[in-house]
Design a protein around this ligand. Structure first.
Ligand code: V47
Length: 353
């Protein structure tokens, strides 16, 4: 059986086969990924109406790729008060926003309660607003800083009202690349361990991959394989989100940037390799909206959401600071031949637009 026949038949690919998928021409690869996407989702493309809030950019870690942290190239340190955050939340619920995605830097000055109490305050006011918050990198930071175990932090998150965990901080799991781009931050093992523990508590999360910097194709495949192994065990990942590296205002010197061709191939391969993760997100923030629309034909079935404000990727050059207009977003998905389906944060369908 050839590799193409094997993928076509729905069989699982191993590491070497996954790497060899990059050698296929892009249309053959795209078709194989699209077959798998259509089997699961037909022509539906999911999105949600959400809002990102990034409450502080003061960080004790020093990731080379980061343009958001004020300890790196961003000259404007800030930390929001809970009242400021609540004012934003008061405003967004009026506009029917259903998810708030709260991710911060690793600020050693605020105290643990500043990180946690805001979730309780939001939930007390708006019990049905979904709170997606705290990456595994933040959880590792809080555990170390306040001398707690991962389980203790995760239990506190549940107690204070966090509904699900975002997929940030995964970067690239290969230890050598990780050491180079974000030395000292949560390790790959720790990142996976935190998500495993969260899943074992009956909770869901996402998983990202930052690519297009100094990693090689084999590192991306290794990253996907480690995700697939954990997902076999827990089934706790809702979505895989490949994040395209943005090059502005940071300290990572990258010579060759990704082509659209390489981005689409990587999305397609993730759809094939991650046969146990239902949702592959084309995150328009880092890929551009146009390429995210094309990625729908290469295995992606989710376009994240309207976002409204975004500080982490836009600090590094992404054109996402003000999100995307809902009606325009829906029209773009329709015009690209797909059916826009509004979902909640756990992928229940809310409305076919
Ligand atoms: O973890 C930082 C990445 C992530 C850069 O779970 C960069 O639903 C590109 O994780 N170029 C935060 N990326 C964003 C994130 C996310 C986004 C949307 C949805 C979800 C979800 C999660 O942004 C960080 C880091 O990997 N990042 N700097 C950069 N220069």
């Amino acid at each position: 059986m050839t590799l193409v026949e094997k993928v076509h038949s729905g069989e699982r690919v191993d590491f070497d086969e996954a790497l060899a998928l990059y050698e296929l021409d892009i249309f053959t690869l795209g078709k194989l990924a699209d077959e798998r996407r259509q089997k699961l989702h037909g022509k539906k493309s999911y999105f949600n109406i959400n809002r990102h809030i990034n409450p502080t950019n003061i960080c004790k870690d020093v990731c080379k790729f980061c343009a958001y942290s004020s300890s790196r190239k961003n000259p404007n340190p800030y930390t929001m008060s809970h009242d400021e955050i609540l004012n934003i939340v008061d405003d967004i619920v009026k506009r029917d926003i259903k998810e708030v995605h709260i991710v911060s830097a690793h600020n050693p000055d605020t105290g643990l309660q500043w990180y946690l109490e805001i979730f309780k305050k939001i939930k007390e006011r708006y019990p049905s607003l979904h709170v997606k918050a705290l990456t595994a990198a933040e959880i590792n930071f809080l555990a170390q800083e306040y001398n707690k175990s991962y389980d203790e932090i995760l239990d506190l998150m549940i107690e204070y009202g966090v509904d699900s965990m975002p997929g940030g901080g995964a970067e690239i799991f290969d230890e050598k690349v990780r050491e180079f781009i974000c030395k000292g931050k949560v390790s790959s093992k720790q990142w996976l361990d935190i998500h495993k523990r969260w899943h074992q508590k009956g909770k869901y999360s996402n998983v990202t991959m930052l690519f297009g910097h100094v990693e090689e194709r084999k590192d991306r495949i290794d990253h996907m394989m480690r995700i697939r192994t954990l997902q076999d065990e827990t089934s706790g990942f809702n979505a895989f989100i490949p994040l395209v590296y943005q090059k502005e205002n940071n300290y990572l010197k990258v010579k060759d940037f990704l082509t659209a061709h390489e981005i689409l191939k990587t999305v397609a391969i993730s759809r094939i390799v991650l046969d146990n993760v239902d949702n592959i997100k084309a995150y328009w923030v880092t890929s551009t909206v146009n390429l995210a629309l094309v990625a729908q034909e290469f295995g992606a079935n989710d376009l994240d959401g309207t976002i409204e404000r975004e500080s982490i990727n836009s600090a590094a050059g992404a054109k996402s600071a003000n999100g995307v207009n809902l009606q325009e977003f829906i029209a773009l998905i329709k015009n690209s031949g797909f059916t826009p389906v509004e979902r909640d944060s756990l992928y229940n369908e809310l409305k076919v637009w």
